[in-house]
Design a protein around this ligand. Structure first.
Ligand SMILES: Cc1ncc(COP(=O)(O)O)c(C=O)c1O
Length: 401
């Protein structure tokens, strides 16, 4: 499909930062814009909008989760979905245990800031106690540590299913069956923002036994501004109209705010056209890796991202890079040569990566680590060209010393 981004022909390999909006998604959104009725109203216009939400929901449930049961709560972004998941579980516990002890939440040290900063905030308000488990150098959270961190008061395990910087994947269905055999009332939330279309998110496969799942539209072909939270059970509505956003009581009283019907339709279209691309992503990244490593042999793939991680993602460091060189410098040279890539996560630009540190990547490698991630628009030939550009840029840096 190529990369016509309006800035000449750039090779865009930062899909984990955000993706292009798929042309079919754009068309679906434009078509849906004519249906302007408010879905909460009883006019025929409102009913049409409501029906569009219902049919989009059925499509998404089938395409992503492979089910016709479960609930979808549409939100504005992955950040909101993660925080809504935490609030659904926390407020349900608080209303059923008004005099109960402070609940405990279990998570990892490599969560996205949308999760970890929120949990720390709740901890600082004494609303929860928190345990953050550190992963091994492969980026995976050790199951025995998760198990031994459970307490009688643990209400929730929230984990990032596919890590945005390293691509490491947590075996959530295995984790769920292990932990729930000890704590049957434990709720499990997966932040699957980076997972859709790259690793199984079905509720009988990769995410079996997971109760709440975050999906983020702009990571797989939808525009920014639309995401969702899947819940396997139905949560009761709040009298104030929502668990975080309070007001008119849309989304069955769970999340207020008039629904963004055209973007919901677009999100549903994205699940048709941007899923099942694993094989293509694999071919693109194999080409990338081969042409990179044929230019230079000083490449380090952090957290085994070349073997075990998300199929579209590589976390790449280099041996022998001079100390003064940072990833932002390499990124700027790549852009001059027509290649867009990222350092760590998009939200963290300019700061060192805590994710890499937690995964025991040393500062020498971490300082110049790059994240390369492909999306539906990339071709295998682009993979080859992108690897060559990065290889040449780094080779020149090392040779200059
Ligand atoms: C794993 C993960 N979770 C959550 C988010 C937050 O998504 P948003 O920026 O849409 O709120 C991101 C975005 O990068 C992400 O990669």
């Amino acid at each position: 499909m190529g990369n016509k981004l309006g800035k000449g022909d750039l090779l865009y390999f930062d899909a984990n930062g955000t993706t292009q909006v798929h042309p079919e998604v754009q068309k679906a959104i434009c078509d849906a814009l004519q249906h302007y009725g408010n879905p909460s109203t009883s006019s025929s216009l409102g009913k049409t909008s409501k029906a569009l939400i219902a049919s989009s929901t059925a499509t998404i449930l089938k395409n992503v989760f492979d089910t016709d049961a479960g609930n979808l709560i549409y939100t504005s972004c992955g950040t909101e979905s993660n925080q809504l998941a935490i609030q659904l579980v926390l407020q349900s516990y608080q209303s059923s245990h008004p005099e109960g002890p402070i609940p405990h939440i279990l998570t990892s040290t490599i969560e996205h800031p949308a999760t970890i900063n929120y949990l720390r905030h709740l901890e600082s308000l004494n609303q929860i106690t928190l345990t953050c488990v550190r992963p091994s150098s492969s980026g995976q959270v050790p199951l025995p540590t998760l198990l031994s961190s459970l307490k009688p008061t643990t209400i929730l395990l929230t984990l990032i299913y596919a890590q945005n910087e390293t691509g490491s994947i947590q075996p959530l269905s295995e984790i769920s069956s292990l932990l729930k055999s000890t704590s049957p009332h434990l709720k499990i939330h997966a932040d699957a923002s980076q997972a859709v279309g790259k690793v199984s998110c079905t509720v009988s496969g990769g995410l079996s036994g997971v109760d709440l799942i975050t999906i983020t539209g702009h990571k797989f072909g939808s525009p920014k501004g639309i995401s969702l939270l899947y819940t396997s059970t139905t949560y009761p509505p709040t009298s104030s109209g929502g668990y975080i956003l309070k007001g008119g009581g849309q989304m069955n009283g769970l999340r207020s705010g008039t629904e963004n019907v055209p973007y919901i339709v677009g999100l549903s279209k994205a699940t048709e056209v941007c899923c099942n691309l694993e094989k293509e992503y694999n071919s693109i990244m194999v080409n990338f890796k081969n042409s990179l490593t044929s230019e230079i042999d000083k490449v380090v793939f952090n957290c085994n991202s070349d073997e075990e991680g998300l199929v579209n993602t590589l976390s790449i460091g280099f041996d022998d890079i001079p100390k003064k060189i940072t990833s932002s410098y390499i990124i700027s040279l790549c852009e001059k040569n027509g290649l867009i890539i990222a350092a760590g996560s998009a939200c963290e630009t300019g700061k060192g990566s805590y994710v890499l540190r937690e995964c025991r990547v040393g500062d020498d490698i971490g300082r110049c680590t790059l994240r390369v991630s492909c999306g539906f628009w990339n071709t295998r030939e682009e993979g080859r060209r992108a690897g060559r550009i990065l290889g040449k840029v780094v080779k020149e840096i090392i040779e200059k010393g």
